[in-house]
Design a protein around this ligand. Structure first.
Ligand SMILES: CC(C)(COP(=O)(O)OP(=O)(O)OC[C@H]1O[C@@H](n2cnc3c(N)ncnc32)[C@H](O)[C@@H]1OP(=O)(O)O)[C@@H](O)C(=O)NCCC(=O)NCCS
Length: 150
C-alpha cells in the first residue's frame, strides 16, 4: 500500500477540506476545516494530508512537543470513498514512523469514541492498549514505541 504523508500546503488545502465522512461518522472526528484553522494558531499541531500517488485520501493531525516524551494523534480520517482499502492502516504506520524518527518520543496516545469499532480495530492491530475513558467519555489508548525505533 503506497501511502505518504505531506504537510497541508496551499496546494492540497482545498482537497483536505473537501474530504467527506459517512453521516454516522461525523461525530467521530472534528471537521477538517476546523482542524486546519486550529493548526494555524497551535504551534505544536502537525497536520498531514494522507496521499496515495497524487490523490488526497485522508487527513490526520498530531502533536509531539519538544519538551515531552509523549506524542498525541488527535485527528485521523479517511474519506468515505477510500475507506476499507487499507489506507488507514498504511497511514497509521507512516505517522508512527514519522513520530519515531523525531527521536524524543517514547509513547503515543490516541483517543476515540468507545462505539467507534473501526478506530478500535485499527489502533488495537497497531499495538495500542486501551487505558480507559477520559472525563469526556472518550477511550484513551497508548502505544509504547519499540526501543530500536526511537
Ligand atoms: C477509522 C478509519 C480511519 C479507518 O480507515 P480505513 O482506511 O477505512 O481502514 P483500513 O481499510 O486500513 O482498515 C484497517 C483495519 O480496520 C478494520 N476496519 C475498518 N473499518 C472498520 C469498521 N467500521 N469496523 C470494524 N473494523 C473496521 C479493517 O477491516 C482493517 O482490519 P484488518 O487489517 O484486520 O483487515 C476510517 O474508517 C475513518 O476515517 N473513520 C471515520 C473517522 C474516524 O472514526 N476516525 C478515527 C477517530 S479517532
Amino acid at each position: 500500500m503506497l501511502v505518504h504523508l505531506t504537510p497541508v500546503t496551499e496546494a492540497v488545502h482545498a482537497l483536505v477540506t473537501a474530504l467527506e465522512l459517512a453521516p454516522d461518522q461525523l461525530s467521530f472526528v472534528a471537521d477538517n476545516s476546523d482542524s486546519l484553522e486550529e493548526a494555524v494558531v497551535d504551534k505544536d499541531a502537525r497536520p498531514r494530508a494522507i496521499m496515495t500517488d497524487d490523490r488526497v485520501v485522508g487527513f490526520l493531525m498530531y502533536e509531539a512537543p519538544e519538551d515531552d516524551d509523549e506524542a498525541r494523534i488527535y485527528r485521523f480520517m479517511i474519506d468515505r470513498k477510500y475507506q476499507g482499502k487499507g489506507y488507514g492502516k498504511a497511514a497509521l504506520r507512516k505517522v508512527l514512523e514519522e513520530i519515531s524518527a523525531l527521536g524524543h518520543i517514547r509513547h503515543v496516545s490516541i483517543c476515540y469514541a468507545p462505539e467507534n469499532e473501526g478506530a478500535r480495530h485499527l489502533y488495537h492491530a497497531a499495538g495500542f492498549i486501551e487505558e480507559g475513558l477520559d472525563e469526556d467519555g472518550e477511550m484513551i489508548a497508548d502505544l509504547v514505541l519499540p526501543a530500536n525505533e526511537r
